[in-house]
Design a protein around this ligand. Structure first.
Ligand code: SF4
Length: 427
């Protein structure tokens, strides 16, 4: 009897991807054969996202597609997990009866028990992850949940308050990943800059950075910094490390004081400007990624212009924009969502146009210079990679006019560029 085939469809953020990888680690150990083709699978697990309307729709469409396979008799078991399932298990079960079981985002053992019939004791160690990323980089989740309570955000409702992992447990995992050949660790949390605040005794992110720096890894990349919590000690910890990429992902969400206050971001425009100045003074070639929300309740053309002017002034290196979507159970949901959808989309487009110009100028300034590039994909005649200034999947890429092995580092001389790409040859 061949081993049953299983597909995990992992939706949402990198933190959810780590959850899928932990589950995969448990299922592979339980003799499930993993297939990327849902049509071939006996069992499908859908890891859902509940963050924004768009993400919820995608999650439900994915579950419905798998349910069709079940109805057609091509699928034995359908299991759903993750944030949307954590939040609305009953409603989903009523709507999609083909699903055998709904789980939350932190029920790895229960899911493996349900699918294999095996029992796991409460204190049994969690499964070691089986990576779903290319095997030269991995996300390292250092905490779950969030204490910040931003008015527009439902994540604390789905993931709870912040629970930092101990430095020992993170280092244990990171060492195993590096032993597996990982060259880049991407540090993630809901708010990585408040890492360790809930631990007794309290620890700070710079201590973790120092420890990770002792590993035989090439790059350590920091994501999800909160400007209100980006302390000088963290900035200096980043600067002191040879391994920490000169890159920081720091969502600011907005730049108008009245909107930031309503968002409960804990810091105004001047504060954000000062943190960015300190960061750039301490690490002059740092590249900054940020995320913005346009169309938040009460955002008039005046507040939007404040944001637009701030983006023009700061000249972020990488930037993403979301249009505000009302999230049930959040503080902002009590506010009138009074910005029309077409106005939200128009404001998003104006910021993205501005940013495309900034990005093109910054990339132009890299032409003629040589950068260390980590190769993510090898083609027959070309390959694609990233500099230390770019995170996988979301930032710029480097097209290399030579077929270089995936996971290899190579120095590349940049010959040309456009808004979001660099083109070059091995130096
Ligand atoms: S920092 Fe704010 S936006 Fe980010 S997860 Fe926490 S509450 Fe949500």
């Amino acid at each position: 009897m061949p081993d049953p085939k299983l597909t995990i469809i992992s939706l949402g953020c990198a933190k959810a991807l780590v959850d899928s990888e932990i589950l995969l680690g448990g299922l592979i150990k339980s003799q499930f054969q993993i297939t990327q083709e849902p049509e071939e699978a006996d069992t499908i697990v859908v890891n859902t996202c509940g963050f924004l309307e768009m993400a919820r729709e995608e999650s439900i469409e994915t579950i419905l597609a798998a349910a069709e396979l079940k109805k057609s008799g091509n699928l034995n078991q359908l299991v759903v997990m993750g944030c949307l399932s954590e939040r609305h298990p009953e409603e989903l079960a009523a709507e999609i009866p083909e699903v055998d079981r709904f789980f939350g985002s932190n029920n790895h053992k229960q899911i493996v028990s349900f699918l294999t019939g095996k029992d796991f004791a409460q204190d049994d160690p969690l499964f070691f992850r089986s990576l779903m990323t290319p095997n030269h980089y991995a996300y390292l989740k250092i905490a779950e949940g969030c204490d910040n309570g931003c008015s527009f955000c439902s994540i604390p409702i789905m993931r709870g308050l912040q629970k930092s992992r101990s430095i020992e447990s993170i280092m244990w995992e990171a060492e195993k990943l590096v032993d597996q050949g990982i060259r880049e660790l991407l540090v993630i949390a809901q708010d990585s800059t408040s890492y360790g605040w809930d631990l007794k005794p309290k620890v700070y992110l710079d201590k973790l950075i120092k420890e990770l720096g002792n590993l035989n890894v090439d790059w350590i990349r920091l994501h999800y910094a909160h400007p209100a919590h980006l302390s000088q000690r963290i900035i200096e910890g980043m600067a002191a490390s040879e391994k920490v990429c000169h890159y920081l992902d720091m969502p600011i969400q907005h730049a108008s004081d009245s909107i930031l206050k309503s968002m409960r971001r804990g810091l105004g425009k001047e504060g954000i400007r000062n943190r960015i100045k300190k960061l750039r003074d301490t690490i002059p070639n740092i590249r900054l990624r940020t995320t913005l929300i346009v169309g938040y309740p009460g955002e008039t053309e005046f507040e939007f212009q404040e944001l637009y002017d701030f983006v023009k002034e700061i000249r972020f290196d990488r930037l993403g924009v979301f249009t505000y979507s009302e999230e049930e159970g959040t503080i902002a949901a009590d506010l009138k969502d009074n910005v029309l959808a077409e106005v939200k989309n128009e404001r998003k487009a104006r910021i993205m146009d501005l940013q495309a110009g900034i990005s093109a100028e910054k990339n132009m300034a890299m032409v003629g210079k040589t950068y260390k590039v980590l190769v993510d994909k090898k083609g027959n005649t070309v390959s694609v990679g990233r500099t230390e200034f770019d995170s996988p999947e979301i930032d710029n890429i480097v097209h290399i006019k030579s077929p270089v092995e995936k996971g290899e580092f190579i120095d590349v001389k940049i010959e040309s560029s456009n808004e979001f790409e660099l083109i070059g040859t091995p130096a």
